[in-house]
Design a protein around this ligand. Structure first.
Ligand SMILES: Nc1nc2c(c(=O)[nH]1)N[C@H]1C(S)=C(S)[C@@H](COP(=O)(O)O)O[C@H]1N2
Ligand SMILES: [Mo]
Length: 412
């Protein structure tokens, strides 16, 4: 089987023809042992043909994996205050479900600690509960993973698994209260309709959640619109959970069930080393038993330089700008350095559009002479915690790297 696949894949490269549009039936006719291929398995040759079309509406994004689709946004393409759909990173654990009837999509609210299990259509949710719009920051827990040494397995995100679109939806709290929350409720979790990579419909690609208190916050939404338009398919249409400031993985896409749990949710990717870090710091490279791993909650303070693009030329004066965010908190101070962190100058920092939105910052730096310079950016949260200059806290899966972002500048 291996040889068959390789031959097909390399022949495609040699001839320079695209296999997009080629049917699986055709592939099966030329792959020996195709009958042993697991259900849902995509032959290398077909998978290779897809990326161009998968990211057609996201020009400039960097593809990290095509199955499941994972793509990040270069920092200079994240300059918009409100991240447009075309520039929002994609992090899929499974395969995007096909949605034929968005209004008739159902959400089932149930679980041990739900008094009145209820099923709503999206239309009913939209009609029955008040609508709220917030700009909410979404960052993958693994953003920055590429910098960990020893390397952590998983998508090698650099800085681009973050964005801050505007979401419109109903409050998770309103829906939960309508269904009744028992006194013993601890956690609120989602289940979704994306397909596990194995093709097994009984397996969840991911099913995560948040403690009840986070779910009940005013900004925690069941969203049906993004930036004033229906949520794009890849970002969770027709209904997604959005809990800003926490690892993106708690913001379930294609949500079909909300569970009110009487315990810490134990769904797919809640346990083991998924979205968990050592409860106590560990030496780089060690293996950590599951019982010593703790769930990631609020994300740490971080910032990006989104203008100018790294690697450009500049005169002696340069305007620099970007965004900063701090999980559940706000950013209180923003600084930049052009001398590798020896001295720092303050930058102007805007307040967030609302709680859990990133904040715009800007400043002008003055280079003392021509030559190679780096601009470093450092945010400090309202508790006085700043971004580290080196990669902090090695952990087995490479989460929570909030080291300072840096760009290169050639000063003429
Ligand atoms: N159903 C479902 N929800 C999901 C995921 C997923 O694979 N399936 N990925 C999660 C992860 S890990 C992240 S970081 C965010 C990414 O959201 P985005 O792709 O809209 O940027 O969605 C989260 N919600
Ligand atoms: Mo993520």
């Amino acid at each position: 089987m291996e040889r068959g696949l390789f031959e097909l894949a390399s022949r495609r490269r040699f001839l320079g023809v695209s296999l997009a549009g080629t049917t699986a039936a055709f592939l099966r006719s030329v792959i020996p042992y195709a009958r042993f291929m697991p259900l849902g398995y995509v032959p290398v040759a077909l998978a290779e043909a897809e990326p161009d079309t998968l990211l057609a509406d996201k020009p400039g994004l960097r593809l990290l994996n095509d199955r499941p689709l994972n793509a990040e946004t270069p920092a200079h393409l994240l300059d918009d205050l409100v991240t447009p759909a075309a520039r929002l990173f994609v992090r899929n654990n499974g395969l995007v479900p096909e949605v034929t009837d968005p209004a008739g999509w159902t959400l089932q609210v149930h679980g041990e600690s739900c008094r009145k299990p209820t099923r709503f259509t999206v239309e009913e949710l939209i009609g029955r509960f008040e609508h709220h719009t917030y700009q909410l920051q979404l960052e993958c827990g693994g953003n920055g993973r590429a910098e960990f040494r020893p390397r952590a397995s998983g998508n090698q995100w650099t800085t681009g698994a973050v964005g801050c679109p505007e979401w419109t939806g109903v409050r998770l709290a309103d829906v939960l209260r309508a269904c009744g929350i028992r006194d013993d409720a601890k956690y609120v979790a989602y289940r979704s309709r994306d397909l596990h990579l194995s093709g097994d419909a009984d397996k969840d690609p991911i099913s995560r959640g948040v403690p009840l208190a986070k779910a009940l916050e005013a900004e925690s939404l069941l969203a049906f619109r993004m930036n004033g338009a229906p949520i794009p398919a890849v970002h969770g249409a027709p209904l997604r959970m959005v809990c800003g400031g926490w690892p993106g993985s708690v913001s379930g896409k294609w949500v079909s069930e909300i569970l009110v749990r009487d315990r810490v949710h134990d769904g797919a990717k809640m346990t083991g080393s998924s979205y968990r870090v050592p409860c106590q710091p560990v030496e780089a490279g060690v293996s950590v038993p599951d019982k010593n791993m703790c769930i990631i909650n609020s994300m740490p303070v971080k910032s990006l330089i989104t203008s100018p693009q790294s690697g450009g030329a500049s005169g002696r004066r340069l305007a620099v700008a970007g965004h900063a965010w701090a999980g559940d908190l706000a950013v209180q101070r923003m600084e930049v350095s052009i001398d590798f962190g020896t001295t720092w100058q303050p930058a102007e920092l805007d307040p967030p559009a609302n709680r859990l939105a990133w904040q715009r910052w800007r400043t002008t730096v003055q280079f003392p002479q021509p030559g190679y310079f780096e601009v470093w950016a450092r945010a400090t949260d309202t508790l006085g915690r700043s971004q580290p200059m080196l990669v902090p806290g090695w952990n087995p899966k490479g989460y929570l790297n909030n080291a300072t972002h840096r760009i290169a500048v050639q000063v003429a």
